[in-house]
Design a protein around this ligand. Structure first.
Ligand code: AMP
Ligand code: MG
Length: 315
């Protein structure tokens, strides 16, 4: 079936060719990853990076994550250390981002890092994006493919909702499995978690002594902006019920299946809940609800990442 969205393409050889050609020209495209969909462009091209900031209306002091196929490709741009190798071996490719010192001779645009001397790098595991990275001789600067401060897209239609026809290619590979953004870990100085994600602090602590950062004066991580991940309507946390004109996001099986109830995981699986969070926000908004109430979500494992996003959504 051909879809009506002329810029959404299934992934095949032809789409791969077109995507590569566009990226080489300095254009940006929508790409699937295992966390959320990204807006990718050549991290070495000033024009491509500028397009990313402009399309997203992203503040220039909010740096971008640079995506590579593997650590060998990243070696020319960043300085690795022992902590990095430990976590790389355990979790990569996958939903974890590392902040490391940038090499002086790196070709990464200074706008990518918001002029910091550090750079955030990630090695996505999604097959589609890996196929694209394999064909490029530059890394991809790739924030989530949504307007700044909004919620991340988890499929090609979400990306299309955000940018309409302003981007020429959105590669469609179905829903992102994880559904929330990567765990961001700073490995400059003492290891710190800057943004919680599906790889929880508890899991990382098995391999590395690491602390969780709560507040930061400077933007060391864009995910740390207070208002972020906002669905564009008020969000109220730790609620028990909602009146019928408002949506109620629930978790677990004790809530009744009313028309205004949206269950993140009936079987109380926090990973499943994370993967449904943004999808649910978008669904609620499309159905015209004016407010979102959310029940208390357990604060453990993936629940820590969910509560981080909810707190900012409610800000
Ligand atoms: P997103 O908007 O989802 O692409 O998230 C971007 C993430 O990039 C943020 O949460 C930051 O943690 C991270 N980031 C990018 N560059 C840096 C940097 N130089 N230092 C710290 N964090 C960074
Ligand atoms: Mg984002």
């Amino acid at each position: 079936m051909k879809n009506i969205y002329s810029n959404i393409f299934s992934f095949n050889k032809k789409t791969l060719g077109k995507s590569i050609a566009n990226l080489k020209k300095g254009n940006v495209i929508g790409l699937p990853t295992e966390t959320v969909y990204g807006l990718g462009g050549n991290a070495y091209s000033k024009m491509a990076v500028q397009k990313i900031y402009n399309l997203k209306k992203r503040p220039k002091n909010n740096p971008l994550i640079v995506h590579y196929l593997n650590y060998k490709d990243a070696d020319k741009d960043v300085i690795f250390n022992r902590d990095f190798y430990k976590l790389y071996k355990k979790f990569c490719p996958g939903p974890i981002t590392f902040v490391l010192k940038k090499k002086d001779k790196s070709k990464i645009q200074s706008s990518v890092t918001a002029k910091l001397n550090t750079v955030a790098i990630r090695f996505p595991s999604h097959r589609t994006t890996r196929s694209v990275l394999k064909k490029l001789n530059f890394p991809l600067a790739m924030p989530s493919a949504n307007l700044s401060s909004g919620i991340s897209p988890v499929n090609a239609l979400d990306v299309s909702d955000e940018f309409k026809k302003k981007i020429k290619i959105i590669i469609n590979s179905g829903n992102s499995k994880i559904g929330i953004e990567s765990t961001v870990v700073s490995l400059v100085g003492k290891p710190k978690i800057l943004r919680p994600g599906i790889i929880a602090a508890k899991t990382i602590k098995k391999f590395l002594k690491i602390t969780i950062i709560k507040k930061s004066s400077k933007i060391s991580s864009p995910g740390m902006l207070k208002k972020h991940y906002s669905p564009g309507i008020p969000v109220l946390l730790n609620q028990k019920k909602a009146d019928k004109n408002c949506a109620l996001i629930t978790f677990g099986k004790k809530y009744k299946n009313k028309t205004n109830c949206f269950n993140l995981s009936k079987k109380s699986d926090l990973k499943e809940a994370a993967s449904n969070l943004y999808k649910t926000f978008r669904k609620i908004k499309k159905q015209g609800f004016k407010k979102i109430y959310v029940v208390k979500i357990p604060h453990s494992g993936a629940g820590i990442a969910i509560n981080d996003r909810l707190k900012r959504a409610a800000n």
